[in-house]
Design a protein around this ligand. Structure first.
Ligand SMILES: [Zn+2]
Length: 396
């Protein structure tokens, strides 16, 4: 398979490469990058002429829940896993066709992320490649209450719960270190885990050479988790200067999920409870201010939506909505593009395989007419999606 006449975007340097063609081998990886005239010579392979489009790495979404039920209160903890799978598969399919060729899930009912990954590997289903947490771990009264999580207490309980998800095939471990915005009376300011409980999870992750990702509402709990070895922070609704400086010093990752507190009409359309909407709107300004502090502090920023990333918010996929919000919040253009490609790949420990257009990397691409380096909004015009050398979407 040859992709010819492309402007190849290097998201690391923020430049357009001097070559214009990519050959993808039968194993779905990039075999060669060169000139269209040279690579096409003598070959009888399938060639797709991109007609001068910008070729960009497949998008990597870093915080989602494919199985989520809207409104959250309708979640049935005893749901038949087959129903969970159909719901999640529909979201995964939509994400892939929006250009999200890889996603990291951070809590799924019935560990449906791990099931979808197995189904995709068997060829029964086409979706983004999945790096999954299985179920998140929560204290019984914590943020995960009612969401079909794995519930635990104390060091041993959390250690065993983490090992349980990892044994089931999870790639990383998700915890809730504070409250959130989902229910009336819940506050992102309230810490939910003891030092010992976080230590139990970090120990399990380290034993399996992986990392812990934390739903993290505010500064005190974030500093606690930083001290105890958590590597990936989500939301950060209320963060101060000292906290973002500490995050930058530890070189952790941060997905602000700005769209969570800035999508009122979308929430209403999905039937969210008024209390949940008001919780989100009440913290919206502080959330944006926290993200701005994080951007200024130079923290590695990644793209997370909380919502299914291919679901449309204000007419565009949630993942792009989030990218544009981060860009507007002051993340420069190249870093905004990296948040959904190369930096996202670093977060999931795939920087040698995903997130860039390099020889030996997976043949995951999107393409568009406008240059994303001049304006990231050009990504909303994606008209070509390829994953592992398979054409997913092609309206050239
Ligand atoms: Zn979430």
């Amino acid at each position: 398979m040859l992709l010819a006449n492309a402007k190849i975007v290097d998201v690391v340097s923020g430049e357009i490469g001097s070559h214009d063609a990519v050959r993808i081998s039968s194993d779905g990886k990039i075999a060669e990058i060169g000139k269209s005239t040279t690579l096409s010579r003598g070959g009888d392979e399938t060639t797709i002429d991109l007609d001068g489009r910008y070729l960009f790495p497949g998008l990597i979404s870093c915080h989602t829940h494919l199985s989520v039920v809207f409104p959250f209160s309708l979640t049935d903890p005893d749901e038949d896993p087959a129903i969970t799978a159909f719901r999640a598969a529909a979201r995964a399919h939509e994400a892939l066709h929006s250009g999200i060729t890889t996603l990291r899930s951070v809590h799924e009912q019935n560990r449906v992320d791990l099931a979808l990954r197995t189904a995709a590997q068997a060829g029964w289903f086409q979706g983004p490649r999945i790096f999954g947490a299985g179920r998140a771990l929560s204290t019984p009264e914590g943020h995960g209450q009612g969401s079909a999580c794995s519930y635990a207490k104390d060091f041993d309980g959390f250690y065993k719960a983490a090992i349980g998800e990892l044994d089931a095939g999870a790639d990383h471990v998700k915890i809730f270190i504070t409250g959130g915005l989902a229910r009336a009376g819940e506050r992102p300011e309230d810490p939910e885990m003891t030092d010992d409980e976080i230590r139990g999870v970090v120990k399990a992750a380290q034993e399996r050479n992986t990392y812990v990702v934390a739903h993290a509402g505010e500064s005190v709990a974030i500093q606690q988790a930083l001290r105890l070895g958590v590597r990936s922070f989500e939301h950060g609704y209320v963060m101060d200067q000292e906290t973002v400086d500490a995050m930058a010093a530890k070189d952790v990752f941060y997905s602000p999920t700005l769209c969570v507190t800035r999508s009122e009409s979308w929430m209403r359309a999905k039937g969210f409870e008024e209390a949940s909407i008001q919780n989100c709107l009440a913290v919206s300004d502080r959330h944006l201010a926290s993200a701005k502090l994080a951007i200024k502090a130079g923290i590695r920023m990644t793209n997370g939506t909380d919502y299914p990333p291919g679901d449309h918010v204000d007419g565009i996929p949630a993942a792009l909505h989030e990218l544009f919000l981060m860009h507007e919040a002051g993340l420069n253009t190249v870093k905004s593009l990296q948040s959904i490609t190369s930096v996202a790949a670093e977060l999931i420990n795939q920087s040698e395989n995903l997130g860039q257009i390099n020889e030996g990397f997976f043949g995951d691409f999107v393409a568009m007419r406008g240059n994303p380096l001049s304006d990231p909004r050009n990504l909303s015009e994606i008209d070509f999606v390829m994953q592992s050398g398979h054409v997913i979407e092609n309206t050239l």
